[in-house]
Design a protein around this ligand. Structure first.
Ligand SMILES: Cc1cc2nc3c(=O)[nH]c(=O)nc-3n(C[C@H](O)[C@H](O)[C@H](O)COP(=O)(O)OP(=O)(O)OC[C@H]3O[C@@H](n4cnc5c(N)ncnc54)[C@H](O)[C@@H]3O)c2cc1C
Length: 303
């Protein structure tokens, strides 16, 4: 089996998500080559061949140019799968590449199994196993699902940017204003999940965060319900954080939440369900009603 891994070059660096694609290839035991639109002197830590299209010519993003360059490499290498991150870059490119390559597409893969690729569905409550029946396919990988693998040094080949841009112009990336709090810098985060039950109970978790000298975080349902603002959200569509201590209160541990916090140094989870999936990543898992336990912890820490 052969893979073409499409890496991303962002803000002057190879994005670490590339090494998650490398780990995926390793897990499949597949041969892999890689492709980047980047400066031609980048040096990915990857044991294999890397094709680079000069970012000066192909621009940081232009869907049609990037798509056609990927297909140019695919024609040379004839991979079984073209693999991208499930990022805004990958989301936008994958279906364009699949359509023109006449291939199927499987999105948001979180694991591999002998029989195929594991993909969450039903709001990540369930997982299904998918196998492309098109022979070749374009795959996107959920961020954080595969631990990055850095290995060796690549042999680099530059490819010509000789594809038409069809009238599109790259005007730049816009950085979204994050609001008042930057969770990525916090050393301690105490997060509230749907298990808090109602908006008025957020205060219980907020008091614990304050008593610990940490920041208040949240899972997505808490933000969707308007109990906390979006800049507090941890997860794939929120912040990716890696504090020294992460305390999850009433959070089940859906893959989209885990992707944003599982690299935390030490994880404490409080949940009344002993089988909650967050127990799989927690260093300390407390089976308790947070409405009872959290005020006691806050009081102990404050006295
Ligand atoms: C494309 C997409 C992107 C997403 N992005 C994100 C994201 O960025 N971040 C994110 O968090 N989610 C995200 N989600 C949603 C995600 O799939 C889950 O639905 C969400 O993380 C669940 O949040 P939760 O754990 O707070 O709620 P639930 O899954 O409802 O879990 C609540 C937990 O609280 C426990 N509980 C209930 N009462 C108590 C109590 N009194 N004491 C202790 N424990 C209690 C329950 O046992 C349960 O485990 C995304 C989903 C999709 C489809």
């Amino acid at each position: 089996m052969k893979l073409l891994l499409v890496g991303e070059y962002k803000n002057g660096n190879i994005d670490d998500s590339f090494y998650e694609l490398v780990a995926f290839a390793g897990k499949l035991g597949a041969e892999a080559v890689a492709f980047f639109v980047a400066p031609t002197d980048i040096k990915p830590e990857f044991n294999g061949k890397v094709y680079i299209a000069d970012v000066e010519k192909a621009k940081e993003y232009n869907p049609k140019v990037h798509r056609d360059l990927i297909l140019k490499v695919a024609e040379k290498e004839n991979p079984d799968y073209i693999v991208l991150s499930h990022s805004s870059y990958g989301w936008d490119l994958a279906p364009r590449v699949a359509y023109k390559w006449d291939a199927g597409q499987i999105s948001e893969i979180v694991d591999v199994d002998n029989d195929g690729f594991v993909v969450p569905f039903c709001n990540a409550k369930l997982r299904r196993l998918l196998k492309p029946n098109t022979g070749k396919a374009v795959l996107t990988l959920q961020s954080g699902a595969f631990a990055p693998a850095k290995e060796g040094s690549a042999s680099v080949e530059t490819i010509d940017v000789d594809v038409a841009d069809e009238g599109l112009e790259f005007t730049g990336f816009e950085i979204v204003e994050k609001g008042g709090v930057d969770l990525t810098k916090a050393e301690i985060i105490v997060s509230a999940g749907r298990g808090v039950g109602k908006k008025e109970n957020i205060e219980i978790v907020e008091k614990l965060a304050k008593a610990m000298g940490g920041e208040l975080g949240a899972s997505r349902p808490v933000v969707d319900a308007g109990w906390l603002p979006p800049e507090r959200q941890v997860g794939t569509t929120g912040q990716t954080v890696a504090p020294k201590l992460y305390v999850a209160c009433g959070i089940s541990g859906a893959i989209q939440h885990l992707a944003g916090m599982k690299k935390s140094n030490f994880i404490v989870a409080i949940n009344k369900d002993k089988d909650a999936p967050i127990s799989e990543v927690a260093d300390v898992f407390v089976v308790a009603d947070l409405l009872e336990l959290v005020p006691i912890l806050t009081e102990k820490l404050s006295s």
